[in-house]
Design a protein around this ligand. Sequence first.
Ligand code: HH2
Length: 262
Amino acid sequence: MGVLNVTPDSFSDGGAFLRPADAVAHARRLVSQGAAIVDVGGESTRPGAEPVPADEELRRVTPVLEQIRDVPVSIDTSKAVVARRALELGAEMVNDVTALRADPELVDVVAEHGAYLCLMHMQGEPRSMQAAPRYEDVVSEVAAFLEERLAFVVEHGVREELVCLDPGFGFGKTVDHNLELIKRLDELVALGRPVLVALSRKSSLGKILGDPQATQGSVAASLAGAVAAYERGAWMLRTHDVRETVDALTIAAAVERGRLHV
Ligand code: HH2
């Protein structure tokens, strides 16, 4: 999954793709580099981010979606009105970092369109989530949350086979929480739905490398995280650096096979 942030303030690529022409070109670049789907977002959810009104989010993403109707798209939003517009413009997946808790109408939009859905775990909300994340056992709490949200959406008419789950790295989690979630990813895989992992460039990677003030991680660090997650059963990797991630995963998959060709 390639990341396309049409925002002025995303933590690693903020402002780079605000002009629709630049965003459209980047979406096509991500696909040419091997992305199976492009995750288009019009609201940053980085720690400390302020919410964006629906009309502004629509103003950012609509001109881009109109021009990439031939590209497989996931819409990264928590708002029913934005998801509906994106699905009308051909998006096939809704990726909601609130796991459908923010907007009570979103579950119906997903169910009506028969869209794929990603449910992500977050403790708290972006404005304050990194202040003091606390868990008794982060993995079992994330697993219980994702199970509950999966049951909720299925009850509301979303087909279970269209849903993937995401532990939400960095969303109300310390570096140790993130590391434990990768180490024990098999416990989330055991829930029976595909697991999406999004570690790309996140600040925990920079912190592990020794900078406690890091706001980003390097591409090399992201690739190591992607391979570690893949080896523990991750099904989709959300990344800003598609070419490098495809290369890394291609090698990891070949090693797992133990031969060049299947
Ligand atoms: N992380 C971000 C945004 N969307 N979606 C899922 N499913 N999982 C994630 O971990 C996730 C996500 C944050 O990364 P990014 O889009 O690069 O930054 P920003 O939120 O600042 O736009």
